[in-house]
Design a protein around this ligand. Structure first.
Ligand code: AMP
Length: 272
């Protein structure tokens, strides 16, 4: 029973709240944690499973992206999903679609190494918000820059949705869960957790007042030594997603590195 004692509070308490978890499928425990949280906080939970073509670059893994749809439905239902929304690409995208570009927070990092990626993300998320009309939407901090992009998108375009950003779920060895981990060869899978270890070491260095430039270049070196091909390893302010040397509540270490043909990303809140 919900007791509401003012008009303002009644308006804030939708009678049928909808929690929304957008995904590209190939669900793992990270996705399921978002669905479980959405279930706790809403009357209904909608999970979208849509491999969004506009967020993939021409040389990326769109065609080989895993699509275990039946399994996804079972896992989502067990975690608390009421509706799986899995539309066709044809229904979602007209020819020559209108695309949304979010400035500033997309300039560096993923935005730099995956040109156009965040236009695809912003466009699909905005369309899905209009279609699903959720009360709350749940995103993983694993994709920190994506969270920053969506936060600005929602503010700038006045989407009437509350955003909930959720902690990264990791394997026991520290590797951040990702649908793309399935691409790793057995030997690369053993190396992959080094990313998180290097993030933690860098965090300790920075908290011990080692000069940021020095700490970051040492982390880059460790990635190379372990056989990664790093795209970036940086300290950023998550409001702008641009490099900083300031250590405060907004500082995150962010990393993207390729291991074989698999590209992994991860991040760590500095004062976590
Ligand atoms: P994706 O299917 O990769 O587009 O991810 C769908 C949602 O799940 C996004 O909000 C991701 O940030 C989130 N997510 C992916 N991996 C994890 C993880 N390891 N922990 C928490 N959330 C995650």
């Amino acid at each position: 029973l919900i007791v509401v004692k003012s008009i303002g509070d009644l308006k804030r308490e939708p009678l049928n709240s909808i929690g929304f978890v957008p995904t590209m499928g190939a669900l793992h425990a990270g996705h399921l944690s978002l669905i479980e949280r959405a279930k706790q906080e809403n009357d209904r939970v909608v999970v979208s499973v849509f491999v969004n073509p506009t967020q993939f670059g021409p040389n990326e893994d769109l065609s080989k992206y895993p699509r275990p749809f039946e399994r996804d439905c079972e896992l989502a239902e067990k975690a608390g999903a009421d509706i799986i929304f899995s539309p066709s690409v044809e229904e979602i995208y007209p020819t020559n679609p209108t695309m949304i570009h979010v400035p500033i927070v997309t300039h560096f990092l993923e935005g730099e190494f995956r040109p156009g990626h965040f236009d695809g993300v912003a466009t699909i998320v905005s369309k899905l918000f209009n279609i699903v009309q959720p009360t709350r939407a749940y995103f993983g901090l694993k994709d920190l820059q994506q969270c920053a992009v969506i936060r600005k998108l929602v503010k700038d375009l006045n989407h009437a949705v509350e955003l909930i950003f959720c902690d990264t779920v990791r394997e026991l060895d520290g590797l951040a869960m990702s649908s793309r981990n399935a691409y790793l060869s057995q030997s690369d899978r053993e190396i992959a957790p080094q990313i998180y270890r290097i993030l933690r070491l860098c965090q300790a260095d920075l908290l011990n007042h080692i000069e940021p430039k020095l700490a970051l270049s040492s982390s880059m070196g460790q990635l190379l030594d372990n056989g990664f091909e790093p795209d970036y390893f940086a300290l950023v302010d998550w409001n702008t997603m641009s490099p900083t040397e300031v250590i405060d509540e907004n500082s995150f270490l962010v990393v993207a590195a390729r291991l074989g043909t698999t590209r992994l990303i991860d991040n760590l809140k500095l004062l976590g």
